[in-house]
Design a protein around this ligand. Structure first.
Ligand SMILES: NC(=O)c1ccc[n+]([C@@H]2O[C@H](COP(=O)([O-])OP(=O)(O)OC[C@H]3O[C@@H](n4cnc5c(N)ncnc54)[C@H](O)[C@@H]3O)[C@@H](O)[C@H]2O)c1
Length: 451
């Protein structure tokens, strides 16, 4: 197979910018620096630890993904971002209490150098927190221009060849796409008019795309999944992806649900509850912010259990999600799932999952992979919606009218085949008949010889 396109080499420095420098972003930054120093391993990151099969099974070619496709190395990465608090990354990571203090202390010289730029913030979208490090401006367009100036300054000061942006800030209040989001023209007018339905995350995404910087949304808020932003990404030929990092409970859901569906087992109910005590949990304690999360988590099962195609198995499925703020647990989220399933002749069974996870430990490698893969997409000439990155998202963004794929195994195949496609390798269908055709032919030839 011919190589898809020339992929520009990953030379020079890659700046990774995160709006939001809280638990996830600081765990990501500290982890990359720890890996760089050889005092930690980037476990959970496909770009760093994952392998990909290339060619036939008999060829035994399974290179590391980072050796198969040209990605920036961890040594080439520099970090920046924005937050409403002005703590540097060492202070913010110490506050988040995800990583042990002795580890953070070893990284202090690097982490304390990284200081957040002042944020674009609107308390109508997040009312449970306030902070001092916030921009003021005459309009939302003025704020967008200030962000563009930050992006350009960061790039020049850090001598970066390319940048990517990954939203790691708090979940904003639930809004639906409206007239102001419908076209780039209405959106830009809305920025000039201070339209209330333009959320801060949309202002960051707009600024990124205008500067040619790929953008991924790690939270469930409406950001780059509006027509105006898709239009801008096509116009500027910039890669976008979203939304909501697939970690913890939803990760388990999209592992278990495809298995039940694969065996045509019925599901009558799926009750999911979580307790968590970090700042994310505090923000999600507000009903309008929880609603945003509920919608993004809620669609996951619909995509796997299709009640219209298989009403006898999934027609009565009752799916309920709860998130409760419980400070003593900190970042160590605990989730429970009760799944009521039924099998042969309708006999009832139950599955219980109790996942004691660490939210930011699961999210940090996703930030790294998204940043490196978005940069690869950009260097490969892929732009607009990057559906092949759905593997990382709870609510994958797709082209209008195209249903999202939630099954994590299909998402992984999509991702791997995209990498093979970019590198001009054969796509893998897992059909495998060719091995048996050869095997049987050989058998028949031997039979003829001995007859
Ligand atoms: N940890 C996970 O497993 C996981 C999974 C999926 C999604 N997420 C999402 O990732 C995001 C980050 O999670 P976290 O645990 O790091 O939360 P966090 O509260 O620790 O960090 C978020 C940071 O964003 C800052 N912030 C809020 N609004 C901002 C703005 N407009 N501009 C710049 N900064 C702003 C806050 O001050 C805070 O420091 C959340 O939206 C969360 O829902 C996390």
């Amino acid at each position: 197979m011919e190589k898809h396109k020339q992929i520009a080499p990953a030379t020079g420095k890659l700046g990774i910018l995160t709006p939001g420098m809280g638990a996830v972003a600081t765990t990501f930054i500290a982890g990359v620096i720890a890996a760089r120093k050889g005092i930690g391993q980037p476990i959970g990151s496909l770009t760093q630890m994952g392998r990909i099969r290339v060619g036939k099974r008999t060829e035994h070619r399974q290179p590391l993904i980072k050796e198969f496709v040209p990605l920036s190395t961890l040594d080439q990465v520099v970090f920046g971002g924005w937050d409403i608090f002005d703590d540097n990354v060492y202070e913010a990571a110490s506050h988040a209490k995800v990583l042990d203090q002795p580890l953070l202390d070893k990284l202090q010289p690097e982490l304390s150098q990284i200081k957040p730029m002042s944020a674009v913030f609107d308390s109508r979208y997040i009312r449970n927190i306030t902070g001092p490090n916030v921009k003021t401006g005459s309009s939302k367009m003025d704020l967008a221009e200030q962000l563009m100036a930050d992006i350009r300054n960061f790039k020049a000061q850090n001598n970066c060849e390319r940048l990517v942006m990954v939203w790691c800030a708090s979940t904003e209040a639930y809004i639906e796409s409206g007239d102001v989001h419908a076209t780039l023209a209405t959106f830009e007018q809305g920025l000039r008019d201070n339209h209330p339905d333009i959320a801060p995350s949309q202002i960051y995404a707009y600024a990124a795309l205008k500067c040619g910087v790929p953008f991924a949304n790690g939270a469930p808020n409406l950001t780059c999944d509006i027509p105006a932003m898709v239009e801008l990404s096509q116009l500027t030929k910039v890669a976008i992806g979203g939304k909501d990092f697939k970690t913890g409970q939803t990760l388990m859901k999209t592992v278990v649900a495809p298995g039940l569906n694969a065996r045509a087992l019925g599901v009558r109910g799926w009750f999911s509850t979580n307790i968590l005590g970090n700042r994310d949990g505090e923000v999600l304690d507000a009903p309008e912010n929880f609603r945003t999360k509920e919608v993004s988590k809620g669609n996951v099962l619909d995509g796997i259990f299709n009640s219209e195609l298989q009403p006898e198995l999934y027609g009565e499925l009752y799916h309920k999600i709860r998130i409760n703020y419980y400070p003593p647990h900190g970042d160590n989220k605990e989730s429970w799932d009760n799944i009521d399933i039924f099998g042969w002749l309708g006999y009832h069974m139950q599955i219980k999952i109790n996942f004691l996870c660490r939210d930011s430990i699961l999210a940090a490698p996703i930030v790294l992979d998204l940043a490196l893969f978005l940069d690869l997409a950009q260097r490969s000439g892929l732009y607009g919606i990057q559906e092949w990155l759905s593997f990382y998202f709870k609510a994958p963004q797709t082209m209008p009218g195209l249903p999202a794929e939630h099954d994590i195994f299909k998402q992984l195949s999509k991702l791997e085949n995209t990498l093979r496609y970019l590198m001009g390798e054969d796509l893998i269908t897992h059909l495998g008949q060719d091995y048996y055709e050869e095997f049987n032919e050989q058998f028949n030839a031997n039979v003829e010889v001995s007859a």
